[in-house]
Design a protein around this ligand. Structure first.
Ligand SMILES: Cc1cc2nc3c(=O)[nH]c(=O)nc-3n(C[C@H](O)[C@H](O)[C@H](O)COP(=O)(O)OP(=O)(O)OC[C@H]3O[C@@H](n4cnc5c(N)ncnc54)[C@H](O)[C@@H]3O)c2cc1C
Length: 416
């Protein structure tokens, strides 16, 4: 089958790789000049199979109100007269019940667990390197209140069979030796030891090369304008250069996916939630993290990527804008220098990206009502983590095979 994958972010490239492996003739289209140049470029680098939860959770609306007024706020809200924003926020609030949280979390964990196996397979098959480490995520608590509140996460991890360790300050230092310099700033931590880290940009670029060697055609610098649909079935994709013909199309355009499918009455509740990162060269490795440390106070992830520290976080609801505010940079600098001052922040690269968020935190993976049109998008906070799993699922569905995990509740029809 001729399959066209729209988008060369981590989700599009992993999909293309799996589709090529399944024997399809695959073309990938992207407006950028290479892979992973938008949201997959400089994310926080966590591959968090265990630290994997929807943002819409009981108690979040109240917490969100407090976060908005913090000096180094993890949440920034810039309301607009935007129907998509209002509708998305309303749906997000409706997902903040215990019942919805449990359903959404179990779906996310299902994909993440499958992604863990699938990423290991890809590594074995290709031998690609991406500054990967397998040393877990440490959620760091600065207050007793945070530590106490983690009891419900511990319960959820135990119920889902995800390995974890509750650590006192000495335990945290054993895992992350650089924390010995700031022992007084923490009361404990929660370690998910099976989590990994790695550079999503390096991974996506290396995998795109492997996919190209398998015959996948990459068409860069090309704007996708519309889908060519006749008689309720996909015929191809209209770009600013040409119309490409295909038997199947997989939409993996991140935050820009909803616009393309809207004309066919497909309501895809994916909205951009902006985040920021700094990539800092390490000058003193003894004061740098070994793996990922999640600073619970600011909701900021600090990750070791080779000879760099990547610090990323914040959730800004402000529409489709990538502008870089110095106030956000100050928050990242504050969190990282407070715990891991082993980098030269004056030489850091500052970046922002738009997380393609669904209101229920779970990506949208599956068929649509248009024959031959498939979605693999809306991976929100954990697209790097889930990419290899969701790619295998969509490849099976496009190929007419039953996915190895239950995917019946992952398609866009779940919002009907
Ligand atoms: C600050 C921050 C930290 C994060 N940290 C983590 C983390 O630690 N772990 C994790 O798992 N995830 C993390 N994420 C989330 C993760 O980065 C995303 O979920 C993931 O990158 C989404 O990948 P994607 O391929 O769906 O989207 P993208 O990478 O945005 O790819 C979409 C592609 O579509 C192309 N495109 C869009 N519209 C068009 C068009 N009209 N024509 C042609 N091309 C088009 C774009 O050029 C782009 O290349 C983080 C995100 C942010 C912002």
């Amino acid at each position: 089958m001729k399959v066209i994958v729209l988008g060369a972010g981590v989700v599009g490239v992993t999909s293309a790789y799996q589709l090529a492996k399944a024997g399809h003739e695959v073309t990938v289209i992207d407006r950028q000049e290479g892979p992973a140049l938008e949201t997959s470029f400089a994310n926080a680098g966590e591959v968090s199979f265990g630290y994997c939860s929807p943002w819409a959770a009981p108690g979040i609306p109240l917490k969100a109100m407090k976060w908005l007024f913090m000096q180094h706020a993890p949440l920034i809200l810039r309301p607009k007269m935007d129907a998509a924003m209002l509708s998305w926020m309303t749906q997000m609030l409706m997902n903040c019940t215990s019942e919805r949280y449990a359903i959404n979390k179990s779906r996310m964990l299902r994909i993440a667990d499958y992604a863990r196996i699938s990423l290991a397979e890809v590594r074995d098959e290709t031998g690609i390197a991406y500054d990967e480490r397998m040393q877990g995520t440490l959620q760091l608590f600065r207050t007793q209140q945070q530590l106490d509140a983690s009891a419900k996460d511990v319960k959820a991890l135990a119920a889902d069979g995800v390995p974890y360790e509750v650590l006192d300050p000495d335990g945290c230092i054993r895992v992350e030796p650089a924390l010995k310099h700031v022992r007084q700033k923490m009361v404990g931590g929660l370690l998910t030891p099976k989590d990994e880290t790695g550079d999503c940009f390096k991974f996506t670029n290396a995998l795109a090369l492997k996919a190209a060697a398998m015959g996948v055609k990459f068409v860069y610098g090309t704007n996708i304008k519309a889908l060519d649909v006749e008689g309720g079935a996909i015929k191809g994709v209209v770009t600013d250069r040409e119309t490409l013909r295909g038997d199947a199309v997989v939409v993996a355009l991140g935050s820009y996916s909803p616009m393309l499918v809207k004309q066919f009455g497909i309501k895809l509740p994916v909205y951009p939630v902006k985040g920021y990162s700094l990539t800092i060269p390490i000058v003193d490795a003894s004061r740098a993290p070994e793996s990922t440390v999640m600073d619970e106070t600011y909701k900021i992830a600090i990750t070791r990527l080779g000879d760099r520290i990547r610090v990323g976080g914040m959730a800004e609801i402000s529409g489709y804008t990538n502008d870089l505010g110095q106030k956000r940079r100050a928050t990242l600098e504050h969190s990282v220098t407070d715990l891991f001052p082993g980098g030269d922040v004056s030489k850091a690269d500052f970046w922002s990206g738009l997380r393609p968020m669904t209101p229920d935190g779970t990506p949208v993976i599956g068929a649509t009502k248009v024959k031959g049109l498939f979605l693999n998008t809306g991976h929100g906070t954990l697209g790097w983590t889930m990419s290899c799993g969701s790619a295998k699922v969509i490849s099976s569905i496009v190929s007419g095979k039953k996915p190895e995990i239950d995917a019946t509740d992952l398609a866009v029809s779940r919002y009907a």
